[in-house]
Design a protein around this ligand. Structure first.
Ligand code: NAD
Length: 309
């Protein structure tokens, strides 16, 4: 079967790790592009040298020239600055919005039919700003944040209970930031609701650990932010697009009245497929959950008013 062509813009930690996972899983032919073109070329060459040991058929090309990205099926945007200790994701708005605009202006004319998967932070703001500058149909523009937050929630539950994450199904929606909304009523251990298994104190602890997970990594690394779990979350979304993973995922997707929220992209459960976002899944939220999600939407809209793109 022909491999899809996946362009990854930004050959830094997240981009290169995503490329590595796509190759090891033999999922796609990868183009790695960066303003630091030597780094993109060097990492691509290094990745190709894994082929002998790992025996994958996928190819990888490193470049600084957008012509090489033409006719991509999926464009993953990881270009931008990552946060350092003491910074919030929101501190990156000014610099990263210019980078995302530049990337879209360069990639879109050459891959007008591609799906665009944004990763650059602050994620929610970047996806909403990208919608404004790109004019992409809503199904073909979406972002990765909720899959990572859900994975971190599953890890926090696993740590609290001593149960393997493989037996846990966890869901986080809302903004990819402090206002994220872990949902114990829609998360399960062996099919039993987490809200019924953990007491209020334990729930508060796992929620706090989930919200602070990204900052904890930044604090330890000192030089950048997380990249292994983010890359694995991007690949999970690509697997859903390719039909390998059919479960709904927490996707930063466009809301058009779902959950009573209009005209904003934020993380909600959604089905992905070959055409991008196929359907937003509307869960039966109680009043508190609905109010929290709507507050998240209001916070994103508020941040958008600060975006300079
Ligand atoms: P990094 O610094 O390791 O890599 C970023 C790369 O982008 C660098 O190689 C840089 O040269 C490149 N770049 C900058 N401007 C560019 C441009 N105009 N065109 C092409 N490439 C350009 O950073 P990272 O750790 O890989 O993180 C990348 C971004 O992803 C950051 O904004 C980070 O906050 C974000 N991130 C998001 C999530 C999420 O869940 N959405 C998770 C982790 C990281």
């Amino acid at each position: 079967m022909k491999h899809p062509k996946v362009t990854i813009v930004g050959a830094g930690n997240v981009g290169a790790t995503t490329a590595s996972l796509l190759l090891l899983k033999d999922l796609a032919d990868v183009v790695l592009i960066d303003v630091a073109d030597g780094m993109a070329k060097g990492k691509a060459l290094d990745l190709m040298h894994m082929r002998f040991n790992e025996c994958f058929e996928s190819t990888v090309l490193g470049t600084g020239d957008y012509a090489d990205t033409a006719d991509s099926d999926i464009v993953v945007v990881t270009a931008g600055v990552a946060r350092k200790p003491g910074m919030t994701r929101e501190d990156l708005i000014g610099i990263n919005s210019g980078i995302v605009r530049n990337v879209l202006e360069s990639a879109l004319p050459l891959s007008p039919d591609a799906l665009y998967l944004l990763v650059t932070n602050p994620l929610d703001v970047m996806v909403n700003l990208a919608a404004r500058v790109s004019g992409l149909p809503t199904n073909r523009l979406f972002g990765m944040g909720g899959v990572l937050d859900s994975a971190r929630f599953a890890c926090a539950i696993a740590q609290e209970t001593g149960i393997s994450p493989a037996r846990i199904d966890a869901l986080v929606v809302g903004a990819h930031g402090e206002a994220m909304l872990p949902l114990p009523r829609f998360s399960t251990i062996d099919g039993v609701l987490v809200s019924e298994l953990l007491d209020a104190e334990a729930l508060a602890r796992v929620t706090r650990n989930t919200v602070q997970a990204g900052a904890a990594v930044v604090e330890l690394l000192q030089t950048g932010s997380a990249f292994y779990a983010p890359a694995s979350s991007i690949v999970r979304m690509i697997e859903a697009i390719l039909g390998i993973d059919t479960a709904p995922l927490s996707v930063c997707a466009h809301l058009d009245g779902e959950y009573g929220i209009h005209d904003v992209y934020m993380c909600v459960p959604a089905h992905l497929g070959a055409t991008g976002v196929i359907e937003v899944v509307e869960l039966d939220f109680n009043d508190t959950e609905l109010a929290q999600l709507q507050n998240s939407a209001a916070a994103i809209k508020q941040q958008l008013s600060q975006g300079i793109i």
